[in-house]
Design a protein. Structure first.
Length: 549
């Protein structure tokens, strides 16, 4: 009797499940995953034989009409069947010598009984097992949008917004190497963003949603740049100085427009506590969801750019100086107005020596200005020093190879990569790394010190990894940007965005993404140090060189 009762309970629960209504968000979330899966897995779609974007637009009305799991699954089953049969080629043998990186891989959503019938789940699994195969090798500059035209989408149209979101979400789902490191699961971002995309009232609102969606990658490489006028990115006027956020205050670190700063008596070390009556913590909280960053130092740096720019001529700025708060009604200038040349001239970075010998026979190299043709002269000038400080609080100019041959006694592997596998999307392959150095008995014997901070992004971090192999290297500074590897550039109508395209790891597979290059000695600038005109990171490096501590 108990067995019969249990049978009927299970039977009727299955009927209820099939007949239960599913929401628009649930339907579109599942459709996004199925559409993306078929885009990259179904042999006929993945080889470009179908205009898959148009097919999505054609199927959306049918998806909208489906009310239950059974109706929804049937629409998708018929959609798949209309593509024609998939030739059975399973089992697909993995290439010899390939080691997969699977932390991003997850097709478990196939088996959701709430959204998919058993028949549909089996169809999807069959396609996975007999998926599209290609010999195409994915390099750092591959174009994942090559089979679509996303530059002509009309974002005031709901279906165009859906198509963009599906395309972007699935690019990240299958080809972003660091999906597994996001703070918020990418599935959750899809669910939370979908209703917002559907409800967007105009293009500016859509851009804001899209930008916030891209921020969830938690990748410092991600930028979101508008091609045309938009309220979101209408940065037309600028504060005439560079600043740094320290202890929830803005501290002036560099004057960019001398006469403009002089007009408002702005000096290095000045402290800003409010902009247009909003405190710095309030502004950080207001803008933080608009920017992608691997870690907090980079997030603050990106938010800072927003705080120091705007679309108003007149800005009220509160300063704290000599124990008093003073509000100044400032005029911020447009690059395109009569002050353009003056501002641009003032904004030019002061010329710095590419390399020099400091006191006590210590070499110093500005890696942001040193170029490959300068390396030989640098080596000749600094080879007899007792230490060399390589300042990488900037973006190096591709000099790592020649310098590493000077620093290293032997050739060594300093980095390995993960590349996406187009024959099994979502999976990545470990690849051989990059070598640096050479067999050199006359290699540099002195101390090597690297200066790093949140400005040390990508090539700076990669170069630091290279120089670490010298064996006598010490890193001084603070957390780096935590975004290494080549970027994938994505062009859409009216905006451009990007993400890190390959995974970068130490040879022992230690992560660098989000963590950055960890300093041996942590030093951060202080307000007092900036006001006194000190470079506290460089000063600490000089102390280390002399004392070993």
């Amino acid at each position: 009797m108990k067995k019969i009762t249990l049978f009927f309970l299970l039977f009727f629960s299955q009927i209820t499940l099939v007949q239960a209504k599913i929401t628009e968000t649930e339907k579109l979330t599942a459709t996004c995953k199925v559409w993306g899966f078929l885009k990259y897995y179904h042999p006929k779609v993945a080889n470009g034989g179908v205009n898959w974007d148009n097919q999505l637009l054609e199927i959306l009305p049918k998806i909208e009409k489906a009310q239950t799991q059974a109706e929804f699954s049937l629409v998708l089953e018929n959609w798949i069947d209309d593509l024609g049969p998939v030739i059975e080629i399973a089992p697909i043998i993995a290439p010899k010598g390939v080691e997969y990186f699977n932390k991003n891989f997850d097709l478990s959503w196939f088996n959701s009984p709430k959204l998919f019938s058993k028949k549909l789940s089996k169809k999807l699994k069959f396609i996975e097992n007999n998926r599209f195969q290609t010999d195409e090798e994915i390099g750092p500059g591959y174009n994942p949008l090559k089979n679509g035209d996303y530059f002509n989408l009309k974002y005031d149209n709901k279906n165009s917004r859906i198509l963009w979101m599906f395309a972007y979400w699935n690019l990240v789902e299958y080809f972003f190497p660091y999906k597994y490191l996001m703070d918020q699961k990418w599935d959750v971002t899809l669910e939370k963003s979908l209703s917002l995309v559907l409800a967007a009232k105009d293009e500016d609102e859509f851009y804001t949603i899209a930008k916030k969606m891209s921020s969830k990658l938690d990748d410092s490489h991600v930028e979101f740049v508008m091609y045309q006028h938009s309220k979101l990115e209408d940065y037309r006027r600028y504060f005439p100085a560079a600043c740094k956020i320290i202890d929830n205050k803005l501290v002036v670190t560099e004057i960019l427009g001398d006469s403009l700063a002089q007009a408002d008596d702005i000096k290095i070390g000045d402290i800003i506590t409010k902009v247009n009556d909003k405190t710095i913590p309030a502004l950080i909280d207001e803008y933080k969801d608009l920017y992608a960053a691997s870690n907090e130092p980079v997030l603050l740096d990106k938010v800072l750019r927003k705080i120091l720019s705007g679309n108003s001529d007149h800005v009220n700025v509160e300063f704290f100086k000599d124990g008093k708060y003073t509000t100044k009604a400032m005029t911020w200038f447009d690059y395109h107005d009569s002050h353009r040349n003056e501002f641009k001239k003032g904004a030019k970075k002061k010329k710095t020596e590419k390399f020099k010998v400091l006191d006590n026979n210590i070499g110093y190299v500005d890696m942001g200005t040193l170029k490959v043709p300068n390396v030989a002269d640098m080596i000749e000038a600094l080879k007899s020093t007792k230490a060399i400080v390589f300042d990488m609080r900037n973006y190096p100019q591709g000099t790592y190879e020649d310098i590493s041959k000077f620093l290293n006694a032997h050739e060594q592997n300093f980095v390995i990569y993960t590349y996406p596998d187009f024959s099994y999307p979502g999976k990545f392959k470990w690849t051989e790394g990059t070598m640096c150095g050479s067999e050199n008995k006359d290699h540099y014997k002195g101390k090597v010190v690297l200066l790093l901070n949140e400005q040390s992004l990508s090539q700076a971090e990669w170069t630091a990894m290279c120089f670490q192999t010298a064996g006598n290297t010490t890193i001084i500074g603070s957390q780096t940007a935590g975004a290494d590897g080549n970027v994938i550039e994505l062009d859409f109508k009216q905006f451009h965005t990007r993400y890190s395209g390959i995974g970068v790891y130490y040879p022992d597979k230690r992560e660098t993404q989000r963590i950055g290059i960890v300093p041996d000695i942590e030093v951060k600038p202080t307000i007092k140090g900036i006001q006194e005109g000190k470079d506290e990171v460089l000063d600490r490096a000089l102390v280390f060189i002399e004392t070993g501590k």
